[in-house]
Design a protein around this ligand. Structure first.
Ligand SMILES: Nc1ncnc2c1ncn2[C@@H]1O[C@H](COP(=O)(O)OP(=O)(O)OP(=O)(O)O)[C@@H](O)[C@H]1O
Ligand SMILES: O=C(O)[C@H](O)[C@@H](O)[C@H](O)[C@H](O)CO
Length: 174
């Protein structure tokens, strides 16, 4: 059976970095949700304008369909996607079961990392990301990890969590 993990968090929290490393470690298919945004969404963010629910909805539905389609082909996936609100996560898990790994940490550290990289997402949008962020709730399948850890430590912790409980026996596809 295929399994699906979303590495979530605000912009600059390390989703793309950690999700790609986790996917490589377990041999699952990786995607970055940024590459599913229509150009209008990217233009908006580049201009420093936060996306709205209406901007995000078709994007989230396309991501849910991508995971379901990968699953139908027998592939497990690791997706880097902000998934900031509970309602967004519910859309993502509407087609297939999804587990969430939240990269969690202070705005100051994230902002410093954002300033040090070259990316369309301006650090000025970080406040709007934190404003709508909803932590994982008790009835959601997920875990929060401290993004201050090194990438290696985060990948170890993520894979360790994935190997326990509902995602056990994660590993390369047969
Ligand atoms: N654990 C870490 N320790 C130190 N630096 C990190 C860590 N994780 C990511 N970084 C660095 O922080 C920056 C932000 O990481 P990354 O681009 O992966 O975040 P993101 O959440 O995918 O951002 P966005 O959603 O805006 O695309 C990058 O320059 C990356 O190299
Ligand atoms: O929901 C959102 O506002 C978006 O997903 C953003 O978080 C960006 O796509 C990403 O974080 C920037 O690269």
């Amino acid at each position: 059976m295929s399994r699906h993990v979303v590495v979530m968090g605000v912009s600059g929290s390390g989703k793309s970095t950690i999700a790609a490393l986790v996917a490589e470690r377990v041999g699952w298919t990786f995607a970055d949700a940024d590459s599913f945004h229509p150009p209008a969404n990217i233009d908006k963010m580049r201009a420093g304008i936060p996306l709205t629910d209406a901007d995000r909805r078709p994007w989230l539905l396309a991501l849910a369909e991508w995971m379901a389609e990968q699953g139908r082909q027998g592939h497990s996936t690791v997706l880097a996607c902000s998934a900031l609100m509970r309602s967004y996560r519910d859309l993502l898990s509407g087609r297939t079961e999804v587990a969430f790994i939240h990269l969690h940490g202070p705005a100051e550290l994230i902002e410093a990392r954002m300033r040090a990289r070259d990316h369309f997402m301006p650090p000025s949008l970080l406040t709007s990301q934190f404003a709508i962020l909803e932590e994982l709730q008790e009835d959601e399948l997920g875990v929060a990890l401290d993004l201050a850890l090194s990438p290696e430590e985060l990948v170890d912790a993520a894979v360790d969590w994935m190997g326990r409980g509902p995602l056990e026996s994660c590993g390369p596809q047969d």
